[in-house]
Ligand binder design. Structure first.
Ligand SMILES: *Cc1c(COP(=O)(O)O)cnc(C)c1O
Length: 399
């Protein structure tokens, strides 16, 4: 395609799509492994993975074949019937996640909505009240629908859309006292990301998460972990909570779950698993055979490719490369993260860095106001880290 076609595509999109995104002036065309190609043939090393979605990289043959197979059999049926991929995906996901039951959704946001409804119903069954409160965290991100937005600790996202649903209180992440201070007779759940993503890549402290688990046990509250971004091997264990020696009552998962096929899920354990009954919740598409086939293949490949081991091998390589950037440049202040979910804090505008990186053929996203985020496909190897660092050094040298 030539530059005129590319410009025409961008113009067509701008004319017809509601302008909620300031997109980069690049039209992506296809991908292969950890590289993306635009319509003019330019190649990009992708350290964004479609926002922590692609674990196995682009155009993975084994994954694509599984989808093509299902495509020719059955894409959708409605949730009034059974189908095999749905049953299998549910079995695989609950067995590997430590949860008892699952509800499939079409996105992360919808998984949060479901978890929120589950928590409210749990409270209602427990004491009959209809004014329960939920504690969420500052700097959190749980999605853009009215329920998920109400849980998102970012005034900027909420301001124009008030009033928010009532009964949500915000504590400070990694500050157990601030959570304890908000608990009262109405509190029914605490929700947090095991590693905060959009808010700036903050992993939970061991003591904090343990303390919240104990607090929830003592007060009969549900611990809801949002692992939409940090789950599915991203941080070096299948779910990030598994590194903390605790287990949530409810957990949400999405992003990498379908490797690009839109699917999410909320899962529950113990008493929480049986709270929702027919009529309480539903979805036309949720977990349809096509999406479920994607879930099955994702989980199978995580196991067959020994993805957790690979992430743990490559993590120190990425950490070292990023630590060297902190050493080398005054305006790179710190690194933090877990596994292949890392961020560096910069005092130059992240948007400028990202724009210049694109010119160098490197895709990165920001997180929070001052963090450049690294969430590459989980199959990256040492040479990709080196290539990323070389490109980023070129970008940084221009500042
Ligand atoms: C991306 C994200 C969501 C929202 O998921 P969508 O699929 O965009 O609806 C919720 N929580 C966390 C932690 C996320 O990273």
């Amino acid at each position: 395609m030539n530059a005129t076609d590319t410009a025409a595509i961008m113009q067509m999109a701008e004319e017809h799509i509601i302008h909620t995104y300031n997109r980069y002036p690049i039209v992506l065309d296809h991908g292969e492994g950890v590289y993306l190609y635009d319509t003019e043939g330019k190649k990009y090393l992708d350290f964004g993975a479609g926002i922590a979605v692609y674990a196995f990289g682009y155009n993975n043959k084994e994954f694509n074949d599984a989808l093509k197979n299902q495509l020719d059999k059955l894409i959708h049926t409605s949730n009034y019937f059974y189908n095999e991929p749905m049953a299998e995906a549910a079995k695989k996901l609950t067995e590997c996640s430590g949860m008892d039951k699952v509800f499939f959704t079409n996105s992360g946001t919808e998984a949060i909505e479901g978890a929120l409804k589950l928590a409210k119903k749990y409270g209602y069954e427990k004491d009959g009240r209809t004014d329960h409160e939920i504690i969420a965290m500052g700097h959190s991100f749980h999605g853009r629908s009215m329920g998920a937005l109400a849980l998102t600790g970012n005034k900027h996202y909420q301001e124009a859309f008030g009033p928010m649903i009532p009964g949500i209180r915000f504590a400070d992440y990694n500050d157990l006292e601030s959570v304890k201070n908000l608990v009262n007779d109405k509190t029914i759940a605490v929700i947090l990301e095991t590693v905060q993503g959009e808010g700036g890549i903050y992993p939970a402290d061991q003591k904090f998460l343990e303390g919240i688990r104990t607090l929830c046990d003592e007060r009969g509250m549900l611990l809801i972990l949002d692992e939409i971004q940090c789950g599915l091997c991203r941080t070096g264990s299948l779910y990030a909570y598994m590194q903390y020696g605790i287990i949530p009552d409810v957990m949400t998962t999405a992003k990498a779950l379908g490797q690009g096929v839109p699917v999410g899920a909320f899962m529950a354990r113990g008493k929480a698993a049986d709270v929702l009954v027919p009529g309480d919740h539903g979805s036309t598409y949720g977990g349809n055979p096509f999406a479920a086939a994607a879930v099955c293949k994702t989980i199978d490949m995580i196991e067959s490719e020994k993805l957790t081991d690979h992430v743990n091998e490559i993590t120190p390589v990425l950490e070292k490369a990023l630590d060297e950037l902190v050493e080398a440049y005054d305006f790179v202040k710190a690194r933090r993260g877990k596994g292949l979910m890392q961020g560096i804090v910069v005092t130059v505008p992240p948007a400028e860095v990202i724009k210049k990186a694109l010119e160098e053929g490197l895709i990165l996203f920001s997180a929070g106001a001052d963090v450049i985020r690294f969430v590459p496909p989980l199959i990256i190897n040492e040479s990709h880290v080196t290539e990323m660092k070389d490109k980023l050094c070129k970008v940084f040298n221009a500042f």
